[in-house]
Ligand binder design. Structure first.
Ligand code: SF4
Length: 494
């Protein structure tokens, strides 16, 4: 039995899919991986046809001897998965299983396209499914697998989350049996291509050095209402919010990665909030990291989990860049996002911890969510006012709000009449396309961290914001945003 695993994600990290591949191989099942990076899906650029016909035909040829095809997807790669599945179905009768965050939250919808849907974590479920297909087992009896042809679905018991993450193998970075869409052709993945794609990944491009992305655990201690973690916590109420791998397990992975890819220049820990690790465990983890790996690293944090002592541990181990979600400066919207405890004072306090080390690290990245239809002009003004108080240097990452299915915020948006259209159209909303407006323009100008704070404070002053944010200026802001969009398309799109 050969299982072909397809990744439609924008880069070649695919941590989850590589872990599935490693699990299959460990179980004695041949796994083949095909990476079909689609940078357009990163910003949700609209359009159901993501790949040219010739690429789909090549993919079908790579699947011709497979017994099962697995596609991993998030909401913004829904179109990719649909297009791939439709083509593979026309080309042959090999069963297709979908897995990942979106199928976990929307299994019924995904079952309209795939033969099987994996709900929840798929490491053991996929092995069980492959074995059942080989030996003629009952696919309806596999926890976590919904089977369209057998009509099984909502009655299937969910599979509990993996408690001990150390039992899982490291992600599969063996090049053998791996393929990548390079330009207009799917080519075997070799070390040169692996390096080329890793260098082109978004964070590597931003920092000008080649990064290796990994996870030290799963989950997040917070439950922001717009985030998939919120829906997953509802699905698994008895599981701990965060599960960690041991330090040794992570270091073994990183040591192997460095041996296989000596060009790695930094490590990106992409855990949702690495700093939620208890202080003692963190000291142990980064003590080992400094001794055994010693590369500069970058990670994510949250305002509630960062403190001066943790910052010291990170800096001693080689932290050079940090990313933190700020999202809004409005207490009312913080409450709506289920982040009421992340007040502006807590946010600024965490920023000051980071600021104390500014000479030894790159400007931190702070995420802001724009275009929430729940926001009033005053809510938006408060966000600009918060940015005017942030210690410099910093860089803002501005995301236009998208409603992910199954989240608490999506439900509230539906009830409030803010959701327009049906899937898959609503999955195509771009989080890069900011709505034109006075406050968004101010944040766009402030994103590099160089805009003078006193001037920003003045422009966010209530009377000034009321005047420029009013209807009279709307055509002007719309014109400026159209011009900016054209410039971006002309000079910055790959
Ligand atoms: S802190 Fe980040 S990962 Fe955690 S729930 Fe909030 S948005 Fe999601």
């Amino acid at each position: 039995m050969i299982v072909v695993l397809v990744s439609p994600y924008p880069d070649l990290t695919a941590f989850g899919l590589r872990t599935l591949s490693a699990c299959l191989r460990r179980a004695g099942i041949e796994a083949r991986m095909v990476f079909l990076p689609d940078r357009a899906s990163e910003d949700g650029a609209a359009g159901p046809d993501r790949y040219p016909q010739a690429v789909l035909e090549q993919l079908a040829a790579l699947c011709v001897d497979a017994g099962l095809i697995g596609i991993s997807l998030m909401t913004n790669s829904f179109d990719n998965a649909v297009q791939i599945t439709r083509h593979l179905r026309q080309a042959g009768r090999i069963p297709v299983v979908w897995g990942g965050v979106h199928p976990t939250l929307r299994p019924q919808e995904c079952l309209e396209y795939a033969d099987f849907v994996c709900v929840g974590e798929g490491e053991q479920a996929l092995v069980d499914l492959a074995r059942a297909l080989v030996w003629g087992g009952d696919t309806r009896a596999i926890p976590g697998i919904w089977d369209r042809r057998a009509g099984s679905g909502p009655g299937v018991p969910p599979r509990p989350l993996v408690r001990e993450l150390d039992r899982l193998p490291a992600p599969d970075y063996a090049l053998e049996g791996h393929f990548v869409l390079d330009g207009s052709r799917i080519e075997p993945l070799n070390l040169a291509r692996q390096r080329q794609f890793m260098a082109g990944a978004s964070l590597s491009s931003l920092y000008g050095r080649i990064g290796y992305q990994t996870l030290t655990g799963r989950g997040c201690p917070h439950r922001c209402s717009y985030c998939a973690n919120d829906a997953l916590r509802t699905m698994y109420p008895d599981s701990p919010p965060v599960r960690w791998r041991t330090a040794d397990h992570v270091m073994q992975e990183l040591e192997a990665a460095r041996r296989a890819m000596p060009f790695i220049e930094f490590v990106w820990f992409s855990d949702d909030a690495l700093t939620s690790m208890p202080g003692k465990a963190m000291r142990e983890f980064f003590g080992q990291y400094r001794e055994r790996i010693g590369l500069p690293f970058s990670c994510l944090t949250s305002p509630l989990t960062l403190a001066a002592e943790k910052m010291d541990i990170l800096m001693d181990a080689g932290l050079f860049s940090l990313q933190m979600g700020v999202q809004t400066g409005s207490p009312r919207i913080q409450k709506l996002y289920n982040r009421a405890s992340m007040t502006n004072e807590r946010i600024l306090s965490a920023m000051n911890c980071i600021h104390a080390h500014r000479r030894r690290m790159m400007p931190p990245l702070y995420d802001i969510i724009l275009d929430a239809p729940f926001e009033t002009a005053e809510d938006k003004r408060q966000t600009v006012a918060l940015v005017a108080r942030m210690p410099k240097p910093f860089r803002l990452q501005l995301f236009s709000l998208t409603f992910f299915p199954g989240t608490g915020l999506e439900l509230q948006a539906r009830e409030a009449g803010f959701m327009h259209g049906e899937p898959p159209e609503i999955y195509r909303k771009s989080y890069e396309e900011r709505a034109p407006g006075y406050h968004n323009l101010l944040l766009t100008m402030a994103r590099g961290g160089r805009f003078p704070s006193p001037l920003l404070r003045f422009l966010a002053w209530r009377p000034v914001a009321a005047a420029f944010g009013g209807d009279a200026f709307k055509p002007a802001w719309a014109g400026i945003f159209t011009a900016l969009r054209r410039l971006k398309r002309r000079f910055f799109r790959p």
